[in-house]
Design a protein around this ligand. Structure first.
Ligand SMILES: Cc1cc2nc3c(=O)[nH]c(=O)nc-3n(C[C@H](O)[C@H](O)[C@H](O)COP(=O)(O)OP(=O)(O)OC[C@H]3O[C@@H](n4cnc5c(N)ncnc54)[C@H](O)[C@@H]3O)c2cc1C
Length: 483
């Protein structure tokens, strides 16, 4: 960052996180994350396990907070050549077409979304991939180069313990049970519990109906840690994101895929309304924090009035912007409701047919004045970042719904993963209910209580802590800190 003229420091980063803390952050693990993120990046870059480029214009999600930066803390993956993975090329989990662009080339990352067709063809031919595929591909390559080969089709479900020390994991492979011994310790990295109904109902503060992550995240590692006596932290929370179900897209195991709704609710000519046909939030706000509005509970009706919600947009939107992977002008699937009037649209989707036109009229007036007096949409750089940046100021996100036909899709509350789990200390050792390390047990990623609590403070807000705690855990296990 310094090379690009952006000043930052651990003190600024800590001040930023603390300004967002509502009591759920653990000071020791937060400090460990901030202190070790740089060394983790240097180490992983040094062994060519990651190649990241700083994004100087990608803003922190709360620019008005102490220590916040208007850019530079979020990173983008360089393209990775999947051909170098050999047989492993087709074993990397992928859904949909491989991403041939880098984040910074797309509207989501501040780019135009246009790459020279010849260059795109080259990337296709050479199987160069960006985004998460590049991250996972390069990490995997670094392992394979060192003779470390993942074992597939092998599902852990219990830890083996000897006099309180974790000595291995009990796994199921090909229908058989096996115990794998671990000399230095076990590092749990099995992701969150967003696909486990029992754990979700037991812990989360509100509904998480439509996760965007793969259905393999069933909280197995969390249960393994709990059975070994782990203390828990941050259990009510998740990396929330509003999602859109795509009925024709399914995971291999049959579940419907839920796509994060990021730019669609921020672009002009669209709003979100609840079941009564009223707006209930700044649609352009941080996706994870938005869950607070979706989870509002009405004591009078004893219900969640904002679940599900509806994204309403008009023909100006359709002519200019995509809806998930549906490009402007492309035919719409039948799960997108459409009607010539807002009242008809409301009736189709079961929303109050008097309120919806009134809500749109009110929004249109405020959009024309570029002043969302109801929810303040468009007032921050973050609001505008995911909008249409060919338009100036608040117009990047504010634009009226004036042109028929009108459209609606159902929006539910999902998550990129849960972020509560086994509590750790600053060495990534999982601790018991009294805070004492469980010998031989470490954790990283969404299986542990996130060092940043429930706060999604900027792009990379989940992967940064996960990579850093993976690095801390690996080093700690290698040092056999528990002996
Ligand atoms: C669409 C989408 C976009 C995202 N974009 C971003 C982003 O831009 N920035 C960001 O920071 N985060 C992003 N995230 C979130 C990020 O991907 C996750 O937070 C992160 O991958 C969590 O890492 P993890 O290692 O904890 O778990 P995961 O990456 O979920 O990996 C867990 C692994 O454990 C395996 N597993 C589960 N149970 C078992 C078992 N019993 N035995 C063996 N293996 C098991 C799973 O199959 C999986 O391979 C995104 C998520 C989604 C879904």
């Amino acid at each position: 960052m310094a090379a690009q003229g952006i000043a930052d420091s651990n003190a600024d980063a800590l001040a930023y996180f603390r300004s967002l803390d509502h009591g759920e952050m653990d000071e020791a693990t937060l400090r460990a994350f901030v202190a070790e993120a740089g060394p983790a990046l240097s180490f992983l870059t040094g062994v060519d396990a990651i190649r990241l480029t700083m994004m100087p214009d990608y803003p922190d999600y709360y620019e008005d907070r102490p220590g916040a930066k208007t850019g530079g803390r979020s990173l983008d993956n360089e393209l990775f050549d999947f051909g170098t993975l050999g047989l492993w090329k087709d074993r990397v989990f992928a859904h949909g077409p491989a991403p041939r662009m880098m984040l910074r080339e797309t509207p989501l990352g501040g780019g135009s979304g246009v790459v020279d067709p010849a260059e795109l063809q080259r990337r296709e031919t050479e199987d160069l991939r960006g985004w998460g595929q590049a991250l996972v591909g390069r990490l995997l390559k670094a392992c394979l180069d060192r003779g470390i080969e993942p074992v597939l089709g092998c599902s852990g479900y219990r830890l083996s313990l000897d006099q309180g020390r974790v000595t291995g994991a009990i796994v199921e492979r090909g229908g058989e049970q096996e115990t794998i011994s671990a000399r230095n310790g076990v590092i749990l990295a099995t992701g969150g519990f967003e696909w486990n109904d029992a754990l979700k109902h037991a812990f989360l503060r509100g509904p998480l109906e439509a996760p965007a992550s793969p259905p393999t995240n069933r909280g197995d590692g969390l249960k393994m840690a709990m059975a070994a006596g782990a203390g828990l932290g941050n259990m009510t929370s998740a990396w929330w994101v509003p999602t859109l179900a795509i009925p024709e897209a399914q995971w291999q195991s049959g579940e419907t895929r839920n796509m994060p709704v990021l730019i669609e609710r921020t672009l002009p000519h669209g709003i979100m309304v609840n079941r009564t046909g009223k707006r209930f939030c700044n649609e352009a706000a941080n996706y994870s924090a938005l869950a607070g509005a979706f989870h509002a509970f009405d004591p009078a009706t004893y219900d969640y009035p904002n679940l599900p919600a509806y994204l309403i947009f008009d023909s100006h939107y359709r002519e200019r912007y995509p809806l998930s992977s549906i490009m402007p002008g492309a035919p719409l699937p039948d799960w997108v409701a459409q009607a010539d009037t807002l009242a008809e649209l409301a009736t189709q989707i079961g929303v109050d047919a008097t309120n919806l036109p009134a809500t749109v009229n009110r929004f249109n007036d405020q959009a024309e004045q570029l002043d969302d007096r109801d929810f303040g949409r468009g007032k921050t750089g973050y609001d505008r970042f995911y909008g249409d940046r060919s338009r100036d100021g608040a117009a990047a996100t504010l634009g009226g719904l004036t042109k028929a036909p009108f459209y609606a899709v159902e929006i539910r509350m999902g998550a990129l993963g849960t972020n509560g789990g086994a509590k750790t200390n600053a060495q990534a050792q999982i601790v018991d209910v009294d805070g004492a390390p469980i010998a031989g047990l470490f954790g990283a990623g969404n299986v542990i209580s996130a060092p940043t609590g429930s706060v999604y403070a900027g792009a990379g807000g989940t992967l940064g802590p996960a990579l850093t705690f993976g690095y801390i855990a690996g080093r700690a296990a290698a040092r056999r800190v528990n002996q």
